[in-house]
Every structure is written in C-alpha cells, then in structure tokens.
Design a protein around this ligand. Structure first.
Ligand code: HPA
Ligand SMILES: [Zn+2]
Length: 334
C-alpha cells in the first residue's frame, strides 16, 4: 500500500468541518426549490463557477449565501446526513462538527431547529455506522460580543447537545480577545474550547486564543510557523492544530500544495491533524485532503500513521473510546 492509499484506508477523526460548508451545490438548489428561496445564481453550474476564491472573505460571502436555503429541521438533517455518509466512506469513525447558529438565527430560524436536525443526523450515523460525533457551536467573530452572548443564552436549553464552542468567520480585525468574556462564561459552563487562529491572522492571534480564550485546540494555526517561540510552546503543551490543506490552497493561504506547511508542522513535533474545513467549497472531503497532501509533500508511511493517531489524540472523546480507536489505527498500520 502506498502512503496515500494507507491514508485513505486508515480510521480517522475529523475535527474541523463546518457543516454549512458541506452543502453541495446540488443540495443548495434542491433546498432552495423545496423552501421557495430565491438564489442569486441561475444554475448549479453558475454557482460552482462562483467558487473561485481569492481569500477567506471572498469565500465567506458565498458560504453565507449558500446557507440561506436552510430553514427547517429536515434541511439541517439532510445537510448533516449527506456529510456523515461521505465521511463514513472516507473511514472517518469520529467527527466533531462545527455549526454557525448566528447564520440561521439572523434569518429567523430557531436555534433549536438547527440543533435538532444536526443531532438527528448524528444519531443516525451512530445507529447505522457505529460512528461517533459531537457538535461544536461556533461564534461568528465579525459580529459583536453581545451577539455572541445572546447566542450562548439561546443555546443553553440545548446544552446537552453540543460539547464545545469555537470561533470562526472573518479573522483579520477580529482578534480572539474580542470574545474573552464570552469564552470565560463558556468555560464556566464546562464547554470545550477551540478557536480559529493563524489562518489569515498573525501568530499573535494564536497566542490570544491560547491565553485569553484558553483554547484547547487551534483551528488552522498554520501561521504559527512565523513565531518559533510559539511553535515551541504549542509543541510543549501538545496543543493540536486542525489543519485544512485544500482550504489553505483554495483561499490562497498557500499557492501550491507542495508548499503547504504540514510537513514542517510535523517535523516541529506539533500535534497536527488533517481536516476538510468546507469540503463542498474547497474541492474535497477528508480523504481528498489526505491523499493530495501526502502526494504533494511526499509524506512517509510513518507520518501518515502519525496524522491518524493525532486525530484521535486531539479529539474530545473519552479515554476508553480513544484507546479503542487508536487500537484500530494500529491494527491497520501493522
Ligand atoms: O476556514 C474558515 N475560516 C473562518 N471561518 C470559516 N467559516 C467556515 N469556514 C471558515
Ligand atoms: Zn474552519
């Protein structure tokens, strides 16, 4: 088996997937029709042609437009179930799934409707595939602290249905410290903490995510490499980075996958993981990210196994489940 074939076949956890970013153009159009929502694109092809991004914001504008077709519990279920089936096909045995409630509540959709649809899909994946999953509520950082607090308040009746909180959307100009008080409250509630940092933003944002928000994982974090002291700190703490290679390519964080920092992150001893971010927009699900990265960087069999192990080390599953999942990696790694 080549390293790329092994990567595709190994059991893995996916820890950085925005469920709204798994909405394929075909499903966007089907839901638009079902819900009588008008789209600013004439066809699936016209929409796909708009997927030529120059940076994070140029993507986010289209991503939020796509999410406008989501209104009812069944829509959230259909979206998440489509993702979970694809993830299962890629040998994802555990997924921690981001959702953006403010994108929906701003359009009058009740947060309970969002969570109910997503949870029903997760329960079905557990029943049909034995796949475990969890939801992570993300605050949109381009909105205010007050809006984040209101969102947290609205989510509290569903506290048992999500395990943690994250921070996403437009990074530059919206440092993690803007949400220090919100995340302090989330920690009091026993929520797990992650945050996007160092995707387009500077290494200082990663430090703020660690120190001000007490993030347990950094989403992206690729710009940490610009600050050797920060890299040493991340390695010492074993703070995982949920890296998304095809996203970095499509959003012009890197110009070529052969220049992707994944190998340097692994060489620095960091707990880096591979993830798909917004697979419907960035050209592939988890195995596409693995296979293309392994080939572009000529990663070794041992590095591939490390990435699979890291995905479980970085996950929020309980220790017994983690041990059983790691044993499944070892059984295939040989
Ligand atoms: O890659 C991302 N970065 C920030 N916000 C996001 N929301 C969806 N995807 C992303
Ligand atoms: Zn992301």
């Amino acid at each position: 088996m080549t390293p790329a074939e092994l990567a595709a076949r190994l059991p893995k956890a996916e820890l950085h997937i925005h469920i709204e970013g798994s909405l394929e153009p075909e499903l966007i159009f089907a839901l638009a029709q079902r819900n009588s929502v008008a789209l600013p694109y004439a066809s699936v092809d016209a929409l796909r042609q708009a997927y030529a991004f120059t940076d994070l914001q140029s993507f986010l504008d289209i991503y939020y437009a796509g999410a406008s077709v989501l209104l009812h519990e069944a829509d959230f279920f259909d979206m998440a179930w489509a993702y979970l089936q694809r993830a299962h096909a890629d040998h994802v045995i555990h997924a921690e799934i981001f959702f953006d409630p403010q994108t929906h509540t701003a359009r009058g959709v009740d947060i309970g409707v969002v969570i109910a649809g997503l949870r029903r899909a997760c329960d079905k994946a557990q029943a049909e595939f034995g796949m475990t999953s969890a939801l992570i509520l993300c605050f949109l950082r381009h909105l205010s602290e007050a809006d984040a607090f209101a969102t947290l308040e609205a989510a509290l009746p569903y506290r048992g249905h999500f395990i943690g909180v994250g921070l996403d959307s437009s990074e530059v100009g919206h440092p993690p410290s803007k949400f220090s008080r919100v995340f302090a409250r989330c920690r009091e509630l026993g929520l797990r903490i992650v945050a996007h940092a160092g995707e387009e933003g500077p290494p200082a944002y990663i430090r703020e995510a660690l120190d001000d928000l007490r993030a347990e994982r950094i989403d992206h974090g690729v710009r940490s490499l610009e600050d050797p002291a920060l890299v040493a700190e991340l390695a010492r703490r074993r703070t995982p980075l949920t890296v998304c290679p095809l996203s970095n390519l499509k959003l012009c964080v890197v110009n070529d996958l052969r220049e992707h920092p994944m190998k340097r992150l692994l060489d620095a001893g960091l707990c880096a993981t591979v993830n798909s971010d917004d697979p419907a927009y960035f050209g592939g699900y988890l195995n596409a990210n693995f296979v293309q990265t392994v080939q572009a960087l000529d990663l070794s069999r041992e590095q591939v196994i490390t990435l699979a192990r890291n995905s479980f080390e970085a996950s929020f599953i309980d220790d017994a489940t983690r041990a059983s999942y790691l044993a499944r990696v070892e059984a295939l790694a040989g």
